[in-house]
Design a protein around this ligand. Structure first.
Ligand SMILES: [Zn+2]
Ligand SMILES: [Zn+2]
Length: 741
């Protein structure tokens, strides 16, 4: 072998390595340290405002770089590695240096992660010093976002600052061969947080059918045995929640309570541990998810959950502990004060939750995961917008609100904040807005809010003293989908939703739109239906049933069909009046169908009628002639008439309703797309959480040669509005800049 040409890697060199992405709080510095040891490199690694910065020196730096790309800590996400050459210093040894203070461009940290497999082994290993310790963590797992006061992510800036590491924990923290080397959350029974009650006592209370409030990662939960009808019923009574479905937590093995598919199982086991909607099995109390075919399932996410699930080998109801309409409770004091009337046992611990995060809820739509609610396990993970842009704020709408703040090419969408109906929720909203601006260190140049003049978010936006852009609700829904998929060119979109303020002030919710990134305008809509008693109509589907009967010329049947409602006659008269407000909402059309089929006449939670209708469908079936299209207005009156056929049955009716909607929408969208010579179709709005509708429509659109896009990174419902608003605000600013140059 010729020796005159030495391989490049044998010559010592010094490199500066900059790693960007989710690299802080995930054990990245120890990981770099380990690689440096492996390849006998000297230098240092530290966290700074842009991520992780390392300088390495030695002969094997190329092997280091390839390992850096190949391997990585489980919770890390690498966006970019930049390498620059430096003069060789002849330095000895490798060190982890302290974090440089945060500044503009600082990392905002990483999401909370469920207990990892290795910690789970420690938890149940009698020879481990973490045996049965309910707060065991390592660099690969544990709380992050919810315990961080501010960045950079160091123990001193988290609620773990209250606990001084014992000698053994300090030794592990400093030991490069330990899994807990530089694990900021390291703690053990001798030095760390403690539960207020022994696990055995909690497990026994649950077995006896009691309601337990338990402090989790992002807030308190209410728990009870999901297999005991009495326990679940009592929880419903005390929580004043008659029908809205509860989620369950199951330990190892899902059988018999739920039947997840392979893909759902993978999603359940991901480190974010979301609640996933899964086909119901058997053995659950009927009142866990009444009238529905699916149930929200969650696997244990914290060590205490594993301990409880092992002690009680059953399913547990796990629901957010809050007073109706208020934010999730996170403080021990608030739990003691407010949950006494609901829970028989209140279990706290002494590690503070600094940032509230509701459980994330997901479902498989069109064979891929989709959000229903985005919170714990995902916040503060940013969404890549594909290109750099000015910093803006999206304020969200009114229900299921989130806030979006952009920085560079990234969009940060807050955790689910809730419905802005109470002072506490509004306080939480304002706090989150200011926290996000501080964490991100940005000065937004434009604020986007909803067109609705009376939304609280609109008022707050007006009070910020920044330039304001008012964005139509459904334009925001569609812009959100276009933003996450980086779709820029002229697009066709369909928003199917419950309610949104239209640019003509009317109630919209079934809209065909055209957009080009910066602007969306309406080119078609569903045929309007009267909304008798506007806001009440959204809670009382029978009112939409009356409106539907009148719309199809069968107003004479209202009294007989909805006889149990004393207001039927005056309402029918009102609905026939041309002056009564009307809506193009798909959500209200679902309500009308559910009422006509006798599935749901009054609802106790938003979307109940539509969800119960969906649950009845086995296979959607299109009714020939069930719709008509005139001047880009889609009319389902023939379908509504057919739902009244004597002896049709709710199940058959629900299948016909869904099948005909899919056929009608496909034809409507298809004709328009062909006319405009476009193939990309953006789909947004709360109705796309309906699997039957979303699966059926995307499939039918593809068969027609079109290319449907669904939201994947934010919910299809109003939880995704803030992202769309922000995307439109950025596009607006960027278009203005282009005009100027
Ligand atoms: Zn771990
Ligand atoms: Zn310790």
């Amino acid at each position: 072998m010729p020796l005159d040409v030495a391989p490049r890697s044998t010559r010592p060199e010094r490199l500066r390595v900059r790693v960007q992405g989710a690299v802080q709080g995930v054990g990245f510095r120890p990981f770099v340290y380990g690689l440096a040891e492996r390849y006998q490199l000297s230098g240092f690694v530290l966290n700074d405002q842009n991520g992780v910065l390392a300088e390495i020196e030695g002969a094997l730096s190329e092997m280091f770089l390839s390992a850096l790309q190949r391997e990585r800590p489980v919770l890390a996400r690498i966006d970019e590695i930049t390498v620059t050459s430096l003069p060789v210093l002849g330095q000895q040894g490798f060190a982890i240096r302290d974090s440089l203070s945060a500044g503009p461009g600082a990392s905002v940290g990483v999401p909370d992660a469920a207990t990892c497999e290795s910690c789970l082994k420690d938890l149940f290993d009698p020879s481990s010093r973490f045996y049965l310790y309910p707060f065991v963590t390592c660099t690969d797992c544990g709380p992050r976002f919810t315990i961080t006061r501010h960045t950079p992510y160091d123990r001193a800036n988290t609620s773990m600052a209250a606990f001084k590491r014992c000698e053994r924990c300090a030794a592990d923290y400093g030991d490069p061969s330990s899994r807990r080397f530089h694990a900021e959350t390291i703690a053990c029974a001798a030095c760390g947080p403690r539960l207020s009650h022994p696990v055995d006592e909690i497990a026994a209370a649950l077995l006896e059918g009691r309601i337990v409030a338990l402090k989790g990662i992002g807030g308190f939960h209410l728990l009870c045995d999901a297999t005991t009808e009495d326990a679940v019923r009592i929880l419903r009574q005390r929580k004043h929640r008659p029908a809205r479905p509860f989620a369950i937590m199951v330990g190892s093995g899902f059988w018999p309570f739920a039947r997840p598919t392979e893909a759902e199982r993978t999603l359940l086991q991901s480190s974010a541990r979301p609640i996933v909607l899964v086909r119901k099995g058997s053995g659950l109390a009927g009142s866990v998810a009444p009238g529905l075919s699916r149930v929200g399932v969650m696997l244990p996410s914290a060590p205490v959950h594993h301990l409880l699930c092992r002690a009680n080998s059953c399913a547990l109801v796990v629901t957010s502990a809050n007073i109706a309409g208020e934010p999730l409770i996170i403080d021990n004091d608030a739990a003691m004060n407010q949950l006494g009337a609901i829970a028989d046992l209140i279990v706290t611990h002494d590690r503070s939750i600094l940032r509230r995060a509701d459980d994330s809820v997901m479902t498989m739509i069109d064979r891929a995961p989709a959000f229903i609610r985005r919170g714990r396990g995902f916040t503060p993970e940013p969404i890549d917008l594909g290109e750099d842009g000015p910093s803006v704020i999206g304020m969200g709408a009114h229900l299921k609100t989130t806030i979006c703040v952009t920085r560079g090419r990234e969009a940060y969408v807050s955790q689910h904040l809730g419905d802005l109906n109470t002072a506490e929720t509004i306080r939480f909203y304002n706090y989150t807005l200011h926290r996000m601006l501080a964490d991100l260190g940005v000065e937004p140049q434009l604020v986007a809010c909803d067109l609705h003049p009376d939304y609280r978010t609109t008022r707050i936006a007006e009070s910020l003293g920044l330039p304001l852009l008012r964005v139509q609700h459904h334009a925001a829904h569609l812009a959100a989908v276009a933003a996450e998929h980086h779709l820029g060119q002229e697009l066709i979109g369909v928003a199917l939703d419950g309610y949104g303020y239209g640019s003509d002030g009317a109630a919209w919710g079934g809209e065909l739109m055209v957009g080009d990134g910066g602007n969306w305008h309406r080119v078609g809509h569903l045929r309007p239906l009267a909304v008798p008693g506007v806001e009440r109509a959204a809670r009382e589907p029978w009112r939409m049933g009356v409106a539907a009967l009148i719309a199809i010329g069968r107003g004479g049947e209202t009294a007989e069909r909805f006889s149990c409602h004393p207001l039927t006659a005056p309402l029918a008269k009102m609905s026939s009046n041309a002056a009564v407000p009307a809506t193009t909402s798909m959500g209200r059309l679902f309500d009308a169908a559910a009422a006509l089929l006798g599935v749901c006449e009054d609802q106790s939670y938003e979307g109940q009628a539509a969800m119960e209708l969906e649950a009845l469908v086995d296979c959607p079936e299109a009714l020939p002639g069930g719709f008509s299209i005139e001047q880009d207005m889609l009319d389902f009156r023939p379908l509504l008439g057919d739902l009244l056929q004597p002896g049709l049955g709710a199940q058959k009716g629900a299948s016909l309703f869904h099948g005909t909607l899919i056929a009608g929408l496909t034809d409507w969208i298809g004709r328009y797309a062909e006319q405009r010579g476009k193939t990309d179709i953006v789909l947004g709005g709360g109705c796309f959480m309906n699997r039957i509708l979303a699966d059926g429509l995307t499939q039918a659109l593809r068969q027609r040669g079109l290319n449907p896009w669904l939201p994947r990174l934010v919910p299809a419902n109003d939880g995704g509005i803030s992202l769309g608003q922000a995307a439109l605000a950025r596009a607006h600013l960027m278009a203005r800049r282009q005009e100027r140059t």
